[in-house]
Design a binder for this molecule. Sequence first.
Ligand SMILES: O=P(O)(O)OC[C@H]1O[C@@H](O)[C@H](O)[C@@H]1O
Length: 287
Amino acid sequence: MRIINAKQKTMILNLDPKLKPFTAEEEIIFQNFTFSGGEPHIKINPDFDVNQKITITHRLNSFNDLGLLCIAVDALRRMDVKRVELFIPYFPAARQDRVMIKGEPLSVKVYADIINGMQFDKVFVFDAHSEVTPALVNNCEVIPNHTFIETVVKAIGNDVKLISPDGGALKKIYKVSEFLGGVEVVECSKSRDVKTGRLSGFKVYNDDLQGMDCLIVDDICDGGGTFVGLAEELKNKNAGKLYLAVSHGIFSKGFEVLDCFEKIFTTNSFKDFEGESVEVIGLNQLI
Ligand SMILES: O=P(O)(O)OC[C@H]1O[C@@H](O)[C@H](O)[C@@H]1O
């Protein structure tokens, strides 16, 4: 999947200087700072051809990030740019895609509505949590995790079974398997208490994994509870070495809790990692 079409010149407005998802593209120069009262400001260098396609790249992990995006788009529109696209690797609140209990917000729709208000010609999202995100975001295209998992499997270097942690991830993992030429998939399920959100059990639908190495594939690792519980169940079914690959690494409880894994792989879609126990495959190698 190439977001950047070689035939059409694209200028990149990389609002998150550390993200750099694309290599060898021309960047729009800008300065941004925060006023003393905390309000964000931006000034875009007007020295570029407004008839070219502009792709904004940004990680939207906070309302401040969203504020910067909004004012950057306003600045571009006032400069009369013709086509503006957006690449947000991790869609905020993508997991809050349904109201489980009366009184909760549908947070993913709140973000989608704000983004729709900016009228992008295209919005690219890397490995969206569910089909709700592209359904809510106008002109949305989801970049699948295929090349990420291909890179991970190559890095592991030996045969692995692909493990899907739950029913929700099944459709995606079978597409990955097909992309990789038919790697075997082991289906699993997890149960969660609707009220507390607490995980209550895992099932691995394979009686004996016969020492085979297993790669759990999922979109997000947050606290890691899903993967630690599943790893235990996989070991009970005679799994060999365990690996974990998640497109979006939050790792809110650190890496110690995940020490049952031989290796953990992620991308820089959510944040950067320095000196941590994780193998990071930069988005610039995948897109
Ligand atoms: O168990 P943790 O890491 O907190 O949460 C990650 C899981 O929660 C789901 O929404 C993700 O798709 C993943 O399956």
